[in-house]
Design a protein around this ligand. Structure first.
Ligand code: GLN
Length: 496
């Protein structure tokens, strides 16, 4: 049989409809790929039996002519989404053994649309990180290799590193992610995949383990822009169980894909030309502008003057919200418990042993910036700067329809490379964090390879609720870039 793991979601749906293969065959091909690529450590838990049961009912629906929108599409679920009766850990020791009694809204929508669940994908602990090196369940390995140094293992980006690695290595057709400051877009860039974070409020946060509630947003990974649109069609929508989920109508995102960019204005924010950015990334950015011009867009220089404050602002607000959200892990209600002499002792021992180093660092920073003496100086100040950053985008969007930037300031780096320097690690998010603070939609699309043979991504940022323009611009980049390179490690090739 042809290699089913190389299909896109759109082509797989066609093949299923035309009875070229069954949902069970498609799911089995991915189960084999997933098992062959265990060295990548992309999954925390594999659930082939669940996937096959779902595939069986999908096949019945195809036979009856009652197929659902994503019927029989095998996907991976970031282990931050609560899945009923399947362990959900947020990659933390403190949640090891936690089996939710309920399904998150977004994962539930995907199952209701017919997707099959291959397993729960690895991530940085509580989605805190940019390299997937903070997981209690070990590092995820990027399936791409540096051609000048092929023996070292590279990071797949983070925090959704399991998602990006699994989609790139053809272990699933698509995957969910969450993005608080870049966790979908940066890993997509590091693995040559497409990743979209919709507007804050597009997807329900209900049942997603919380990191920073005013920033967390679910989104999709896939290998094409169209596949991301197909996933978003299912994932988005109002949910009465999340008061920040929007009632905004959800369009058919696939309709936005076609059409060139005539009459569209694309902004280039000058503050994103940061010191020390590799020349190759600068060149790729210029290439992106040229591609968009060829499609009829006008390139306009814009200014987002408060950009340089975005990272410090994020690293006050995100830890503040994390320290509050993670207070619930007390050893009483969920997961791990370490008994102590009294209740305080139990709390302290459970949290000291349950949380990893990065999570503890963030809880301490967050507690500090929220403490009585420092609240005004840090937290309130950061909220004010956040407002100014949002205003910068609002001003820019009076002149342009979308913005184009690089997704990340480097290609994938070696595992361990930035681990001893948290500030250097935080700099990875320099281009993605401002969008998150403003709650705007952003997408990374693969644009080419650098001189090491590693993928580079371009980021398209849109107005609030205007994912359609983001997808349209991204589709135009995708068409021009014609990115067909594949990573060196693939689930199927190993079996052959
Ligand atoms: N890398 C950023 C952080 O560590 C963003 C993470 C995310 O988007 N979840 O906080």
């Amino acid at each position: 049989m042809t290699d089913l793991t190389n299909l896109t979601i759109a082509s797989a749906l066609n093949g299923l409809k035309n009875k070229e293969f069954s949902a069970t065959e498609l799911t089995n091909a991915h189960i084999t790929a997933m098992e062959n690529a265990r060295d990548l450590n992309a999954f925390i838990v594999e659930t082939p039996e669940i996937a096959l049961k779902q595939a069986e009912v999908a096949d019945v629906r195809y036979a009856n002519g009652t197929a659902l929108p994503l019927d029989g599409v095998p996907i991976g679920m970031k282990d931050l989404f609560c899945t009923k009766d399947t362990q959900t850990t947020a990659a933390s020791h403190i949640l090891e053994g936690f089996v939710p009694q309920y399904e998150s809204t977004v994962s539930g929508k995907l199952w209701d649309a017919g997707c099959t669940m291959l397993g729960k994908l690895n991530l940085d602990e509580f989605a805190m990180g940019s390299a997937n090196t903070t997981s209690h369940f070990g590092n995820v390995i990027n399936p791409w290799k540096d051609q000048t140094n092929p023996n070292i293992d590279l990071v797949p980006g983070g925090s959704s590193g399991g998602s990006s690695a699994a989609v790139a290595a053809r272990l699933c057709l698509g995957a969910t992610g969450t993005d608080t400051g870049g966790s979908i877009r940066q890993p997509a860039a590091f693995t040559g995949t497409c990743g979209i974070k919709p507007t804050y409020g597009r997807c329900s946060r209900w049942g997603i383990v919380a990191f920073a509630s005013s920033l967390d947003q679910a989104g999709a990974f896939a290998r094409t822009v169209e596949d991301c649109a197909l996933m978003l069609n299912t994932m988005c929508g109002h949910d009465a169980k999340d008061s920040t989920s929007s009632k905004q109508e959800v369009p058919d995102f696939t309709k936005a894909l076609e059409g060139d960019l005539k009459g569209k204005k694309i902004g280039i924010p000058k503050e994103y030309r940061v010191d020390g950015m590799p020349e190759e990334i600068e060149k790729m950015w210029q290439q992106g502008m040229d591609w968009l011009k060829d499609q009829g867009a006008e390139i306009v220089d814009v200014s987002l003057p408060h950009t340089k404050y975005a990272l410090p602002t994020y690293y006050i607000i995100a830890p503040a919200e994390c320290s509050s959200n993670l207070a619930r892990y007390d050893g009483i209600r969920y997961g791990q418990r370490v008994e102590g002499e009294d209740l305080t002792d139990l709390y302290e021992l459970t949290r000291a042993q349950g949380f990893g180093e990065e999570v503890q660092r963030r809880i301490m920073i967050g507690t500090y910036v929220l403490s009585a003496g420092y609240y005004d100086a840090y937290y309130i100040k950061a909220q004010k700067v956040r407002r100014l950053i949002t205003q910068d985008f609002e001003n820019a969007f009076e002149q342009v329809d979308a913005l184009l930037t690089p997704t990340a300031p480097s290609s994938a780096f070696a595992i361990g490379e930035n681990d001893d320097d948290p500030i250097k690690m935080y700099l990875n998010d320099v281009f993605t964090v401002p969008t998150s603070l403003a709650g705007l939609p952003g997408m990374s699309v693969p644009a080419g390879l650098d001189s090491k043979g590693l993928p580079l991504g371009l980021q398209v940022i849109g107005k609030a609720w205007d994912e359609e323009t983001v997808l349209n611009v991204a589709r135009n980049i995708e068409r021009a870039a014609n990115f067909t390179a594949k990573p060196q490690i693939l689930g199927v090739s190993k079996a052959a």
